[in-house]
Design a protein around this ligand. Structure first.
Ligand SMILES: [Ca+2]
Length: 93
């Protein structure tokens, strides 16, 4: 878990080039490079802009680390649900 947290922080900081916020271009780059297999529309700029708008809770047009973690949390929950469902299906076989 510690290494997962370290990866989150370093990935965010390398995408933001050490800044506290990701602008829309950096956010799109991070999403398509890191979540390409999890998010269907990772290459679609409009779809990514919508996700970014939903995350940007303080409406400053950028995504800070706290806002970014909400997305990671939501994707982690979705991933967990998928595996739980998968296990249930394989157990009933
Ligand atoms: Ca923001």
């Amino acid at each position: 878990m510690e290494s997962a947290i370290k990866t989150l922080v370093t990935t965010f900081l390398s995408s933001s080039k050490g800044k506290e916020n990701l602008d829309s271009k950096s956010f799109q780059k991070l999403i398509s490079s890191q979540f390409g297999s999890m998010m269907e529309n990772a290459q679609d700029k409009e779809a990514v802009d919508k996700v970014m708008g939903d995350l940007d809770s303080n409406n400053d047009g950028e995504v800070d680390f706290t806002e970014f973690i909400i997305l990671v949390g939501a994707l982690t929950v979705a991933c967990n649900d998928f595996f739980l469902e998968f296990n249930e299906k394989s157990e009933t076989k």
